[in-house]
Ligand binder design. Structure first.
Ligand SMILES: CC(C)(COP(=O)(O)OP(=O)(O)OC[C@H]1O[C@@H](n2cnc3c(N)ncnc32)[C@H](O)[C@@H]1OP(=O)(O)O)[C@@H](O)C(=O)NCCC(=O)NCCS
Length: 212
């Protein structure tokens, strides 16, 4: 059992992070592998993500998961909304019996800084420049903005989203005493949808999620 972190976001929504330490056979005892994932480590991540769903809600119907053309996994019954992410030996999932959700985990690495012009709007890049003299802080914020946008992408689920223009940081990032960081965003594909992204750093692992 390697539940690294669990958080009940509200009475309808739970989030978990699993630290993957088990062999594939452990997950296969509970998770039906429906898709052909040829790379062994990616298969392990995929299985761990699915495994988390009934770890959060015991009656989660794993066998009923379908995958849309956009690759979004979903339940036709909508008994639960859910979202999955994996990064290295971590898998994260968020499950809600009421709300739409999105989650992402990402390691804090300079790789994201190199591609930041692909996903940051010029106003977001300008905001980050204020932190340039504090390189670690700059890198962590870049990572959390990336994760926030990935979480929104999954929350939306229909693909074809421009990371620079359709998802925009819309106000101040607030760091709370309880280690949670809140980031106001607007989803701007069609009608503007305001939303709050919540993020947290676990050492070098960044997490962001959205529930609406
Ligand atoms: C789909 C995407 C978000 C996955 O992100 P990733 O960092 O590769 O992988 P993660 O581990 O965080 O997430 C993978 C999970 O996302 C989920 N997912 C995939 N596509 C999805 C979609 N369209 N909607 C919601 N969830 C999706 C799946 O559950 C998948 O895991 P699984 O196949 O094991 O079930 C990402 O690859 C992507 O396509 N991003 C958008 C592309 C883009 O426009 N990028 C431009 C940025 S500059």
């Amino acid at each position: 059992m390697a539940l690294f972190y669990q958080h009940n976001i509200n009475e309808h929504t739970r989030l978990g992070i699993w630290r993957i330490e088990e062999p594939e056979a452990f997950f296969l005892e509970r998770v039906p592998l429906k898709k052909d994932v040829s790379h062994p480590y990616k298969r392990l991540q995929h299985l761990a993500g699915r495994y988390l769903l009934p770890a959060l809600y015991e009656d989660f119907p794993l066998s009923e998961i379908l995958v849309a053309d956009t690759r979004k996994p979903f339940l036709e019954s909508e008994q639960y909304h859910f979202s999955i992410s994996h990064c290295g030996n971590f898998a994260a999932a968020i499950v809600s019996d009421r709300y739409r959700v999105g989650v992402d985990v990402e390691f804090v690495t300079p790789r994201l800084r190199r591609i930041s012009e692909k996903f940051l709007h010029s106003e977001e890049a300008a905001f980050l420049r204020v932190w340039e003299d504090l390189p670690q802080m700059h890198l962590e914020l870049t990572t959390l903005l990336w994760s926030a946008k990935e979480a929104i992408y999954k929350w939306y689920g229909l693909g074809l989203v421009d990371f620079k223009d359709h998802m925009r940081l819309s106000g101040e990032i607030v760091s709370g005493v309880n280690e949670w960081i809140t980031m106001p965003f607007e989803f701007r594909k069609g009608d503007v949808v305001p939303m709050t992204l919540t993020a947290r750093l676990f050492d070098q692992l960044g997490l962001a999620w959205v529930v609406t």
